[in-house]
Design a protein around this ligand. Structure first.
Ligand code: PLP
Length: 475
């Protein structure tokens, strides 16, 4: 790489990015395009000759940026935030310029060591206990692409562990070839579909147990017990329980502490999917929940790419016992370097999950933590809750019954509906016309709006304007 060219073109690219980011608030969130309309701007064949960089940048500005839905828009509230940040953006350039692929510790020593360091940092910050830290020498964390992939890995490990427990003499190889058709995983009917997909891919039955509404959908231990008893009576074998902390539709939480006995009595693998709301564990108010994670669960995942400023992709996964991963994912070849003796700082992450090649994602997490400090990340997380609280209070106080909250939310998500579905959908269209990115969903079979706060660009003034716009529609 020619450093001088990099600086010259890099500056031009950053200027284009800066123009784009400044233009975002002036545009609506949704893109008014039909499928294929954007692709039509590109030649059917790849370019044979190099394109002049100025033209590439021009295309970036005329076609790519306008075609990209901006999740960083102040009025973007449709999905849980995918919060990027200056250090998250710049770190991607540094990662590409280092250009190392973390196959093993030896192939990029700092890649592995920094991942160990930042996974322990994040665990500490969230209050996930020392048993899950690399420094424990037993537990540890790894960065994955997505929560869905993390949960697939976990389901495969849960299946393998159960076969070994049922047949202690089973050879390592044979543990993978056993009939798992009687194995069942229990999840809430509010769990993300990626949990169900993970069970399907791991060859496990998935039992969705109805969560009780009571405030905001939560699994009841007695309902899970009952479902398990029924399955046992039918000759099936409970293998794992996946609890959700911050469901996608309503940000409901299962009470992790209430499932403490399940791990001991039923020999279950308990996993917590905290992809979105795990970020809240950084605040004192929610520390008791990460304390429960530390006491109860086998593994837990949380996305740095959602409400955490780290940008996509950074799906954190921690396990209490790294051996459970090693038992499934360990593999090598004569072409690999001899890892030597493993210690805390040179775990071979290729033996912790599927990919051999790994991006240097830890660099992004490290730069974000250095740049903001834990105090800055915490303030960002608190800001979304404060904005959501403000909106929740306005809805609650509204005297004419024009709005209602079908569930009690506590993080950055506000769920609201009008007295009729027709009015709710009308409100959704009106807000869309006004440039908001707010997507309707269904709660208890009725239409409702999910207003997900947490974009770094969303200020209190935006939330107050949103409330005015909501009132203007219904009055
Ligand atoms: N779990 C929860 C609770 C989610 O909200 C989501 C996505 O929104 C996922 C899992 C899936 O995340 P990913 O895209 O990282 O697989």
């Amino acid at each position: 790489v020619d450093g001088d060219i990099l600086v010259k073109l890099g500056q031009q690219t950053l200027e284009a990015i800066s123009r784009f980011t400044k233009s975002i608030p002036q545009q609506g969130v949704w893109k008014d395009v039909e499928p294929g309309q954007l692709a039509a701007d590109f030649a059917k064949e790849p370019p044979v000759e190099p394109t002049e960089y100025g033209q590439i940048l021009q295309k970036l500005e005329t076609t790519i940026f306008p075609g990209a839905l901006s999740w960083q828009h102040p009025k973007f509230m449709a999905y849980y935030p995918s919060s990027s940040s200056v250090p998250a953006i710049l770190s991607e350039t540094v990662i590409a310029s280092i250009g190392s692929v973390g196959l093993q510790w030896k192939s990029n020593p700092i890649g592995t060591e920094l991942e160990v360091v930042v996974m322990d940092w994040v665990a500490q910050f969230l209050g996930i206990g020392p048993a899950f830290h690399h420094t424990s020498g037993v537990g540890g964390g790894i960065i994955q692409n997505t929560a869905g992939e993390a949960m697939l890995n976990i389901m495969i490990c849960a299946r393998t562990r159960m076969h070994r427990r049922l047949q202690p003499d089973l050879s390592w190889e044979d543990a993978f070839h056993q009939d798992s058709s009687s194995f069942v995983v229990y999840i809430s009917d509010q769990a993300h579909f990626s949990v169900e997909k993970a069970c399907r891919l791991a060859g496990l039955r998935c039992r969705r147990v109805a969560a009780r509404l009571e405030g905001n959908f939560s699994l009841q231990p007695s309902d899970v017990k009952e479902a398990m008893e029924k399955d046992r009576a039918a000759g099936l074998k409970p293998v794992a329980l996946v609890l959700t902390y911050g469901s996608t539709n309503t940000s409901g939480t299962d009470d992790i502490a209430a499932f403490k006995d399940f791990a001991q009595e039923d020999d279950l693998w308990i996993h917590v999917d905290a992809a979105y709301a795990g970020a809240a564990w950084s605040l004192d108010e929610f520390k008791k929940d990460s304390q429960a994670v530390s006491e109860v669960v086998t593994s837990v995942n949380m996305n740095g790419s959602k409400w955490f400023l780290c940008g996509f992709d950074s799906a954190f996964l921690w396990v209490r016992d790294r051996q459970l991963l090693l038992d499934v994912f360990s593999a090598s070849g004569v072409y690999m370097a001899d890892a030597g003796e493993l210690s805390i700082y040179n775990p071979e992450f290729k033996d912790w999950s599927v990919p051999l090649g790994r991006r240097f994602r830890a660099l992004r997490i490290w730069m974000v933590f250095e740049y903001f400090g834990t105090s800055g990340i915490r303030s960002y997380i608190q800001q979304a809750i404060d904005q959501a609280n403000w909106l929740r209070e306005r809805i609650e106080e509204e005297p004419k019954g024009l709005f209602e909250q079908p569930v009690t939310t506590k993080f950055g998500l506000v769920c609201v509906r009008c007295p009729s579905d027709e009015a709710t959908l009308g409100l959704a269209s009106r807000l869309s016309e006004l440039g908001y990115g707010i997507a309707p969903s269904k709660i208890c079979d009725r239409d409702a709006l999910r207003i997900a706060l947490g974009s770094t660009a969303t200020t209190q003034a935006h939330v107050e304007q949103l409330w005015k716009d909501m009132l203007a529609f219904v009055q």
